[in-house]
Design a protein around this ligand. Sequence first.
Ligand SMILES: Cc1cc2nc3c(=O)[nH]c(=O)nc-3n(C[C@H](O)[C@H](O)[C@H](O)COP(=O)(O)OP(=O)(O)OC[C@H]3O[C@@H](n4cnc5c(N)ncnc54)[C@H](O)[C@@H]3O)c2cc1C
Ligand code: HEM
Length: 431
Amino acid sequence: MGSRPDSATGTIAPDGGVTVAPQRRRLAWWRLRSWRQDVEVLARVRDGPEPAIAAIRQTFASVEAAGDEGIAYFYARLFVASPELRELFPAAMDEQRDRLFRALTRIVDSLSSPEELASYLMQLGRDHRKYSVEPSMYEKVGTALVATLRKFAGADFTPEAEEAWVQVYTAASALMIRGAEDGSGAAPACWSAEVVEHERSDSGIAMLTVAPDEPLRYEAGQHVTVQTRRWPRVWRPYSIACRPREDGLIRLHVKAVPGGWVSNALVHHTSPGDEIILGPAMGTMTMGAAEDRDLLCIAGGTGLSPVKAIAEQAVRQSATAPGQQVFLFYGARSRDELYDLRDLWRLSDAYAGLQLTPVTSQDPAFDGMQGNVGRVAARYMPHKDCEAYVAGPVSMVRETIRVLVKAGIARDRIHFDDALLATRKRVGSGT
Ligand SMILES: Cc1cc2nc3c(=O)[nH]c(=O)nc-3n(C[C@H](O)[C@H](O)[C@H](O)COP(=O)(O)OP(=O)(O)OC[C@H]3O[C@@H](n4cnc5c(N)ncnc54)[C@H](O)[C@@H]3O)c2cc1C
Ligand code: HEM
């Protein structure tokens, strides 16, 4: 977007009356804006007295109600107007193609602090380098977005609603472009990684160890996107299952989803020696906020992956700052699906501060805690002054947040991977 379609002036980002002449915009319009200014625009739309956020939600809901037709219209508009963009996207545009749309509503909807919001968008912009996205493309995407909203929201797409979308989209684009620019000198757009180990658990989950060709920096709790040779340009996010290691190796836990493209390629058609491609690390579920507070870690299924990385990191940090306790609740339907229990016991044996509680929800024979892992954790957590980390299927994460808040943990002390909210269906696997 960037320019109002009904305006021949090329006015960009009607933010506080700032107007950027078209020729300057072509130079680098986003450099005329500050990081803080973009964050403030987003916060204003979210919190403002005007019903801008309601207009965004309502008009987006109309596109959503149109289902695949709405998304198909958006991409048709985009590719007819700018056919050169088609080759950036996967050959088969699958059902995850609404992610870009959903990310836009999430921007105004769910991120609580401006700093986190900016950090997410800058990560997303850095991540878009792997798609070969250029700054000039943002306006093309924005124009297709406005056309789609206008078509499906009809009379609800008022000038005020359009204004709100323009503001949000322009601010988000500026942050993304800035993130991409900042990242371009420091790291590659993506990494080639050799699979050095591929183990399959009894429950069919594959645990891969991969060696990136260049150092891939990340924090415990983050995820990377993965592309396999089998499915060019198809990327899926997978959490990193280990703390950053001195040898640079990365572990991934992958559950094959029936009919799933990338998960089946990774579980059934990948062996040591194969190469996969990794995008940059993303995600705001990191340990920064915890300071020296105890950690309450709750994982369902392969949600164990980022939670294990966080637990490992806490154990490592305990060497220099002892005293931090880690309460790890790990849930699955049955004992078989607690696929990494042996290694977790090893970790807890090595560190007295790690208290591990396995939980099953549908295995009466299991000799341990029974029930929904989030509720078990809320009931048996030793105290409320913890920093909580939650990962697993979206429904499990939502339910766990609900019960933790009810049990007295402050909402801003509960962390999960924001990318989960961008998914339409279930995410992660397991329980
Ligand atoms: C932040 C984040 C971290 C993630 N981390 C992990 C991880 O560590 N390990 C892991 O295994 N997965 C993880 N996922 C899920 C992963 O990104 C993929 O969505 C999953 O592997 C399916 O991809 P696919 O290409 O195989 O399936 P697709 O081709 O995308 O989907 C094929 C079919 O399966 C359905 N489907 C998709 N996902 C699921 C699901 N989870 N359960 C049931 N049906 C589904 C789809 O609706 C579709 O019908 C994570 C997701 C997010 C957002
Ligand atoms: C504010 C603007 C934008 C937002 C919020 C946004 C958001 C997103 C998100 C959340 C994803 C999914 C990423 C993932 O799950 O890893 C995505 C994918 C993608 N985006 Fe963007 N995006 C924006 C602009 C653009 C632009 C300008 C282009 C250029 C054409 C672009 C091209 C792509 C491509 C090619 C994909 C991969 C799609 C796929 O795998 O099916 N995006 N975007």
